[in-house]
Structures are given as C-alpha cells and as structure tokens.
Design a protein around this ligand. Structure first.
Ligand SMILES: [Zn+2]
Length: 83
C-alpha cells in the first residue's frame, strides 16, 4: 500500500534531548481492536510526571500500576454507563 506523505504523522522525536524521560505504554487489556504493532505508545518529556500527564490527555488511564489505552478506556466507560 502506498502511503501519502500527508498521512504520515510523526510524534516521537528520534533524538530526544539529554535528560529526557521516555515512557513506553502497553495496554493491560486484551482487545481485538489493538493493532499488532500498536504498542508501545511512547511519551517523552523532561519528567515522568509530564509524560503521564501527556498520556492522560490522549486518553490513557492509570490505576494500580497498570495502564489502559484510550480504546479500552472508552469501552470500559461505555460498559460502566450500561450498568
Ligand atoms: Zn487497550
């Protein structure tokens, strides 16, 4: 498949500045909506807390040391609202 240049989106700096914190996120759930190469989602910042803040902005949820991706978070939220 041919990729159009305008479809390409880069959101990871290949040369992060020294002292940069890298957060690799993997979803804790098995979900057929995950693509085979979907994880890790990477977030970089000077501090880990900034990485997690950025991840939360994109819809990641954290609890008890586990991460839930935006897709699963949406499903869990919908399930909760059905109950
Ligand atoms: Zn997920």
């Amino acid at each position: 498949m041919k990729l159009e240049h305008k479809e390409l989106k880069r959101d990871i700096d290949p040369f992060p500045p020294i002292g940069c914190y890298l957060l690799d996120l993997y979803c804790q759930w098995e979900n057929p909506e995950h693509k085979y190469n979907e994880f890790p989602h990477q977030f970089t910042a000077e501090k880990g807390s900034t990485c997690r803040k950025e991840a939360r902005k994109k819809g990641w949820k954290f609890s008890d040391g586990f991460a839930t991706c935006p897709k699963c978070a949406k499903i869990l939220l919908e399930n909760k609202s059905l109950k």
